[in-house]
Design a protein around this ligand. Structure first.
Ligand code: ZN
Length: 455
């Protein structure tokens, strides 16, 4: 599989615009960790990729947690004495404290005040606030909106329901030759916020679509789940199977203009950590690798000590470090088509490395084999001859059964694709043989189950 090549042959500008259009379609939906917003979102994604939808009843025990009540909302407003909606859910779904219990009452501003949330530093923005695990009600509004409120009284209405129901998540499974899996996870629980995390949803959907047409070595599992409780629920229901996860990526906040950030898995030396670091160094202008920390997105759950899965997190700007984070300014102007397209490209490049990374043994290890007599001392591809020969010499030298192609790419400073092409050529000339797993005991080893594809 060479996903990047396939992507580069397509119109990446057009793909970026399509990703943006898809984000725009999902943007107005009022999502939460449960309820019809998430169902509607999943059913739209299901129109593009095969998605198995699971419904887990309220009260189901999932490790130390339990599936919460289901939340749905039809309308919400604060009306002044003249009947004007001074805060209106129909204008922005961020206006309601997400997961608000129902309320319908008349009250003066002084009583309403403790239920109002604003951002004084950005007086025109509406904050995004939630109250999942402590029953409450409230409104989020711009600070200027709040300053304009008179003493009241106000009619306050949140037409929501909070009761027994289900937690909903979607799963797209693409079988490959190996039953070992690559896990891609993104959270679907935020309402009208674009970067966090419609960017992750649309890129994951496009990746699943792209991969579904490929001859895959690994099997791929895409999870579209509510943050935290969704990952916990999925892990609780798949505890016996998660050992199949060989590599994983949480995708979030990948539509903004910031440089890429990759947060390593808890292991820190997983193959996906090495692959993401390599790809970002070679394919993006400015990027940063972050060490693991037990705070952030759903990598927290996948990397909890009982699981310790090799799952990292790909972001552009890091959550909490930009003022638009969790506010109405994380809107469709904050993400751009080209940035979404480039994020898709980076993911494709990471998967290419994972799919094609393997170990070889040099069958002619005593001094250099004579490349000239095998027509290997001249250029065959687009690279400069020096680079091609250099790559062949690196592959021959380090193919001792211990170094993977990615190890060789890292040590030589050459891009993985150049090393991988050189290895393919050398194997075709009978100078290398594939090494299976008896030697690959490191974190980046391939298991015996992978044999079929790599020979
Ligand atoms: Zn968030």
């Amino acid at each position: 599989m060479h996903l990047l090549k396939e992507l580069d042959e397509k119109n990446l500008t057009g793909i970026g615009q399509e990703l943006y259009r898809f984000a725009s379609e999902l943007y107005p939906i009022c999502r939460s960790i449960t309820g019809d917003g998430i169902r509607r979102t999943l059913s739209i994604i299901q129109g593009r990729i095969p998605l198995q939808i699971s419904e887990v009843p309220t009260g189901t025990a999932v490790f130390d947690w339990s599936v919460p009540k289901e939340w749905n909302i039809r309308d919400a407003y604060i009306k002044d004495a003249r009947g004007n909606r001074v805060v209106d859910f129909q204008q922005s779904n961020l206006h309601v404290l997400n997961y608000s219990a129902p309320v319908h009452a008349k009250m003066p501003l002084c009583d309403l005040r403790p239920h109002l949330f604003t951002i004084p530093e950005h007086p025109d923005w509406i904050p995004y606030r939630t109250s999942y695990y402590r029953e409450d009600w409230g409104f989020c509004l711009s600070h200027n909106q709040m300053l304009a409120l008179e003493d009241g009284p106000y009619e306050v209405c949140i037409d929501s329901t909070l009761g027994d129901g289900h937690l909903t998540y979607g799963e797209c499974y693409l079988p490959g030759h190996s039953s070992d899996e690559v896990l891609i996870s993104c959270h679907t629980c935020h309402p009208s916020l674009a970067n966090d995390n419609l960017s992750g949803l649309v890129v994951a959907t496009a990746l699943a679509k792209l991969l579904s047409g490929c001859d895959l070595h690994y099997s791929y599992r895409f999870l579209f789940i509510p943050g935290t409780i969704g990952a916990i629920t999925w892990l609780a229901r798949n505890r016996e199977h998660v050992g199949r996860t060989r590599h994983g990526l949480v995708l979030t906040g990948i539509g903004d203009a910031g440089g890429f950030h990759y947060k390593k898995s808890r292991r820190g030396d997983a193959e996906v950590d090495q692959a993401a670091g390599h790809v970002l160094r070679h394919h993006s202008d400015s990027s940063q690798i972050l060490e693991f920390s037990p705070y952030g997105y759903d990598e927290r759950q996948y990397c909890s000590p009982g699981f310790d899965l090799p799952v990292g997190c790909l972001m552009r700007s890091v959550w909490g470090t930009f003022p638009e984070y969790h506010t109405s300014a994380d809107n469709l102007d904050f993400i751009r088509p080209a940035q979404l397209g480039e994020s898709l490209r980076i993911c494709a490049a990471i998967f290419d490395v994972l799919e094609n990374n393997r170990r070889y043994r040099n069958l002619n290890p005593y001094c250099e084999p004579q490349l000239g007599k095998r027509n290997l001392y001249r250029s065959t591809g687009g690279e400069a001859i020096g680079v091609e020969i250099n790559a062949r010499l690196w592959v021959l030298n380090l193919s001792d059964g211990k170094h993977s192609l990615l190890d060789i790419a890292e040590r030589s400073g050459l891009p993985f694709s150049t090393i991988s092409q050189a290895a393919e050529l050398l194997r075709g000339s009978g100078l290398l043989s594939v090494v299976f797993d008896e030697l690959a005991t490191g974190t980046s080893g391939r298991r015996a189950g992978n044999v079929a594809k790599v020979t």
